[in-house]
Design a protein around this ligand. Structure first.
Ligand SMILES: [Zn+2]
Length: 177
């Protein structure tokens, strides 16, 4: 499964549990391994075909685990990457995207601000520097929206692009883009 498949095997795949609830997003490569091990079955495929010396198979887009996994147990981990994703890679002060981004503590760390979903937002470097050791109201820099812990469904929805239209019914989104 190397060579010409390289690009498409990095494609996102939505993993559902037995009850068709979204569990996680993984790579096509990992989804194919789960399928070859009999741990998952294909539900929806992309248009592309995976070629290997011994077999060909459609590139999976949505797969379903054969084992039941309770979804509630899994929480979205608080990481830099996930905060950026929650904020759509947009500075939460000036609204700019496509600029180098960092994380800003809404209540500065030196003043007791913690590393939590409610206190971390995406910020561009100029806004981060301008705000400094102040709160948004002290700096007169209101947030675009109050930060909160993302729900799992919202989190998965952010992976949906043009190629992932088939995911929409599983994520309670409108049927077409
Ligand atoms: Zn900014």
């Amino acid at each position: 499964m190397a060579g010409s498949n390289h690009g498409i095997l990095n494609r996102y795949v939505l993993v559902l549990n037995q009850a068709y609830e979204p569990v996680m997003v993984t790579s096509a490569k990992r989804a194919v391994i789960l399928m070859l091990l009999g741990k998952a079955e294909g539900v929806v495929n992309y248009e592309e075909i995976i070629h290997s010396p011994s077999f060909e198979m459609p590139l999976p887009s949505v797969v379903r685990l054969s084992r039941y996994i309770r979804v509630r147990d899994k929480e979205i981990v608080l990481t830099r990457k996930n905060v950026l994703k929650r904020d759509n890679h947009r500075c939460q002060y000036c609204g700019r995207t496509s600029v180098p981004l960092t994380l800003d503590h809404v209540v500065p760390k030196q003043r007791g601000g913690r590393d939590t979903w409610n206190n971390l937002v995406t910020a561009c470097h100029p806004c981060n520097v301008r705000k400094g050791n102040r709160t948004p109201s002290e700096a007169s820099m209101p947030l675009l929206r109050p930060p909160h812990k993302p729900s799992r469904i919202t989190y998965f929805q952010k992976f949906v692009r043009k190629h992932q239209a088939a995911w929409r019914p599983y994520l309670f989104m409108e049927p077409s883009a």
